[in-house]
Design a protein around this ligand. Structure first.
Ligand SMILES: [Zn+2]
Length: 155
């Protein structure tokens, strides 16, 4: 993870994510912080915003993963799910895509909660494309060409 071409802020965020240390509403509740509402804001599923829900199970994030061509088996434990998704994706840039997707989902979720932005897949997609473009100049040429292939497959 630390070897990825992402910005250190994203690496640190992902390191926290893997340890369930992101301040989801579920984590705030576990820290005994009182909130008015613990449900996920990105979907109308009436489900508590846990880490697993927000990033992998939510209907909103499912659309994002589908768009990126990352298939997840939600019956597996998170570690095994990510390993299998990486194998299926068959590209060295899986790590960068995964980390930027999670980061932009989190940024987007914050906009929806704190700026009361309407939920819009297009708005997340815009954020994702902006952020993944910032990875390109930091990457080796071999990774850059894979990123280019990936961009073209999305358009
Ligand atoms: Zn949700």
């Amino acid at each position: 993870m630390w070897k990825s071409c992402c910005k250190s802020r994203i690496k640190f965020f992902f390191w926290l994510l893997l340890r369930d240390r992101i301040n989801t509403r579920n984590l705030l509740r576990r820290k005994t912080r009182t909130l008015d509402f613990y449900n996920c804001e990105l979907c109308a599923q009436d489900v508590e915003e846990t880490l697993l829900h927000l990033f992998f199970e939510c209907s909103f994030s499912q659309n994002c993963w589908h768009y990126l061509g990352i298939h997840r088996n939600l019956n597996l434990q998170p570690d095994a799910m990510l390993l299998q998704a990486r194998e299926n994706f068959q590209s060295r840039i899986f790590r960068e895509i995964l980390m930027v997707a999670c980061w932009t989902l989190w940024c987007y979720r914050n906009r929806v909660i704190f700026d009361e932005a309407p939920t819009s897949f297009g708005a997340w997609k815009h954020l994702f494309l902006e952020e993944i473009m910032l990875v390109r100049p930091r990457a080796k040429p071999s990774v850059q060409s894979r990123l280019d292939l990936f961009f073209n497959s999305l358009l």
